[in-house]
Design a protein around this ligand. Structure first.
Ligand SMILES: [Zn+2]
Length: 312
């Protein structure tokens, strides 16, 4: 059984003519209905992230800025990142979904959860929005796991085509939070070189797997699985979170690392195996990028099928 988080309010983050648009989620949700996958999941109700939960990750000034820009009807938070009147509330709802999923998975309500949220989160830094991201959803969820549920070891696996610079930065010196990112490189946002491995007590708890454009799919999958298994051995996570971006698909207009839909079944199964080995199978997956809506919908369905099969 998988918990599936989705709310029509996520469509109210109105970005206008922008690749990170409401249509992405509409297409996903329609496809999950058509395939009957949504009916196999449980749909929890949840609360937006509280200010206290956001302040474990973000500065008060950042939270206040996003709220203020939304309150005056919206505007640009960075050259790529737009907010509308509803965006602050929608972003809090997105971060809240990830926190609720962590709570329910840790209390044993389900082994796996998929949060179909927007705006995405993994580029958001403590003190600023960037790369279509307002609040760092997965980082807020990690803090919930560590602060509210007292986990000692958590692992974030980020397979979005872009490096999860925000998440890396927030936990760079944190020995409890392992961060593994596989991404196109060199590419936006410029971080994620192999020699970025953490600092202080967190040295070794960050693992970057940069992949050059043109790398073949089999090689990508081998790199992912090999790095993930090794890193999970080191971290021995009690919970695995996934920053699930699908913009590495070859038809994605922004990312593209040449992946096909079925590759996401393999990535999911690699995550399932390490979660089963270390974390009693517990996985919380949070949507990040993916900008070709029909392709994104198929990729998400493939990922969800993999999560659903965890219980079999
Ligand atoms: Zn991305």
């Amino acid at each position: 059984m998988t918990l599936l988080y989705y709310d029509p309010r996520f469509l109210d983050h109105d970005t206008g003519a922008h690749p990170e648009k409401a249509r992405r989620l509409q297409q996903i949700v329609g496809h999950l209905e058509d395939t009957g996958l949504d009916a196999e999941c449980v749909r929890p109700k949840w609360q937006p992230a509280s200010r206290e939960q956001l302040l474990r990750v973000h500065t008060p000034a950042h939270v206040d800025t996003v709220a203020a820009v939304a309150a005056r009807g919206g505007g640009l938070l960075d050259p790529d990142t737009v907010a509308s009147a509803a965006s602050f509330d929608v972003a809090r709802l997105a971060a809240g979904a990830a926190c609720d999923a962590v709570a329910r998975v840790l209390t044993g309500e389900a082994k796996t959860a998929l949060c179909l949220v927007r705006p995405p989160g993994h580029h958001a830094l403590a003190n600023r929005a960037m790369g279509f991201c307002l609040l760092n959803n997965i980082a807020v969820a990690v803090r919930c796991a560590v602060e509210e549920h007292q986990l000692d070891r958590v692992m974030v696996v980020d397979w979005d085509v872009h490096h999860g610079n925000g998440t890396q930065d927030l936990f760079y010196a944190d020995t409890r939070v392992g961060f593994l990112s596989i991404h196109r490189w060199p590419f936006y946002p410029g971080t994620g070189a192999a020699d970025e491995t953490g600092s202080g007590d967190g040295l070794g708890a960050t693992r970057n797997v940069p992949v050059e454009f043109g790398t073949d799919r089999a090689q990508y999958r081998d790199l992912f699985r090999g790095s993930l298994e090794k890193f999970a051995e080191r971290m021995r996570p009690q919970l695995v979170l996934v920053s699930a971006g699908f913009d590495s698909h070859h038809e994605d207009p922004i990312g593209s690392l040449g992946l096909e839909v079925e590759d996401f079944a393999e990535l999911t199964s690699a995550v399932r195996e390490v979660a089963a080995a270390h974390a009693d199978g517990r996985i919380v997956s949070v949507l990040e990028g993916g900008y070709n809506p029909p392709v994104l919908a198929e990729c998400v369905a493939t990922h969800l099928r993999g999560l659903l099969s965890t219980d079999e």
